[in-house]
Ligand binder design. Structure first.
Ligand SMILES: Cc1ncc(COP(=O)(O)O)c(C=O)c1O
Length: 392
């Protein structure tokens, strides 16, 4: 075997996003023990940072030692007991994953299905909750498979009105658009590190309200998973000091998350949201100048995930291969029913910069021209520059 040296890539897919050099440097710091007093101080800072980031004071906030799917699994497995009913809004691939997991937890699953590309409709969901009382409502705030943003507040409020707990998937939203646990009245929020936090994949921040914690404490049977059994997990992450061994924390990954939080708070959360919106505006202007269109209507579009329709006569996969080989640029393919029909272009965290927008438009125009599509790259760049100068 020889050392692995990854090729130089620019990551503008659905995640992971580019990891900032500061986070990469933090990951390479010396490993210490996971019960070392210095490490315990770091854990407390991470908990406080996550609580601030999600506006979740009074919630239990911890980073689970696995990717975003772990947050989903922990939320569903801890809150649902066999035989209980779960209402799951499905407007893309990740809502579908939640429904599958709730079924595996032994729950009776009621899905509220939406066309892919649409946001979740709070009125339809509330009508289902009113008719079929449920233990919980789960939905995806930022559906990465389509680029649609749903309004979390009315959905969490509908759950509370009907006595259900709410689980909100914020994997792609956290750090790119506001996430507001207290303001929404959400019971569980979870995320991942590889999207708008610009740390490597492998950790899943999760926040649980006191209502969610009480529901877990009142379970009549243990959750069927051990690693993410919330009460066992909190013997390690809960309280100040006095921690007992539960699992060996991914120590260096947590250095990376800590640094990502430091970087984000230095910039300012509001400034980061403005940066994502501004670069999205420029990318959208350029994409439209290339003659391409978006899957999602403008009011419901996520700034950090842009699903762009593949025009007739263009080979979707060949465009991705061209931008990767000629420009070192990764963009994403469509999932499920959108396979071959859209490209998914991420503007997440460190990848949401003016420079990334220019590179992406230039590379896309080049790839389209290679297929004789006749896209005008100069016009796209001018449209993007005009948008950026309006927004500064
Ligand atoms: C909305 C959403 N939920 C959950 C996940 C799962 O996260 P992971 O791939 O980190 O397990 C993803 C990943 O892309 C996602 O976009």
């Amino acid at each position: 075997m020889q050392s692995f040296n990854p090729p130089r890539r620019i990551l503008m897919g659905p995640g992971p996003s580019d990891v900032s050099p500061r986070v990469l440097a933090a990951l390479a710091r010396p490993t210490i023990g996971h019960l070392d007093p210095a490490f315990q101080d770091l854990m407390e800072e991470i908990k406080a940072g996550l609580s601030r980031l999600m506006n979740a004071p009074g919630y239990a906030c911890v980073p689970l030692p696995a990717p975003g799917t772990a947050g989903m699994e922990a939320a569903i497995m801890n809150l649902l007991q066999p035989g209980e009913r779960a209402v799951i809004a499905v407007n893309g691939a990740f809502g579908g994953r939640m429904a599958d997991m709730a079924g595996r937890a032994g729950a009776e699953v009621v899905t509220v299905d939406h066309e892919w590309g649409q946001p979740v409709d709070a009125q339809r969901v509330e009508a289902v909750l009113a008719e079929r009382p449920a233990k919980l409502l789960a939905f995806v705030h930022a559906e990465t498979s389509t680029g649609a943003l749903s309004d979390a507040h009315p959905l969490c409020a509908a759950a509370a009105r009907h006595g259900a707990l709410s689980i909100v998937d914020c994997v792609t939203s956290l750090g790119g658009v506001p996430v507001n646990a207290v303001g929404w009245g959400a019971d569980v929020i979870y995320s991942g590190t590889q999207k708008c936090l610009s740390a490597p994949p492998g950790l899943s921040p999760i926040a649980l309200s006191s209502r969610a914690q009480a529901a877990i404490a009142a379970r009549t049977e243990k959750p069927r998973n051990w690693l993410f059994d919330f009460q066992l997990l909190m013997s390690y992450w809960g309280g100040e000091g006095g921690r007992t061994y539960h699992h060996t924390a991914p120590i260096n990954a947590l250095y990376g998350l800590h640094e990502a939080l430091v970087v984000l708070f230095e910039e300012g959360l509001q400034a980061a949201f403005v940066r994502h919106a501004r670069t999205h505006g420029a990318l959208a202007a350029g994409v439209e100048a290339l003659g391409l269109s978006f899957l999602v209507d403008a009011p419901h579009r996520l700034p950090q995930l842009n699903a762009v329709r593949v025009p007739d006569g263009v080979d979707e996969a060949a465009v991705r291969t061209h931008v990767l080989n000629a420009w070192g640029l990764e963009i994403g393919a469509g999932l499920g029913p959108l396979k071959g029909k859209v490209w998914r272009i991420g503007l997440m965290g460190a990848s949401a910069s003016d420079w990334h927008v220019r590179l992406c438009l230039t590379a896309l125009a080049d790839a389209l021209n290679a297929q004789g599509n006749g896209a005008d790259g100069r016009r796209a760049l001018d449209a993007a520059e005009a948008s950026l100068s309006r927004e500064t």
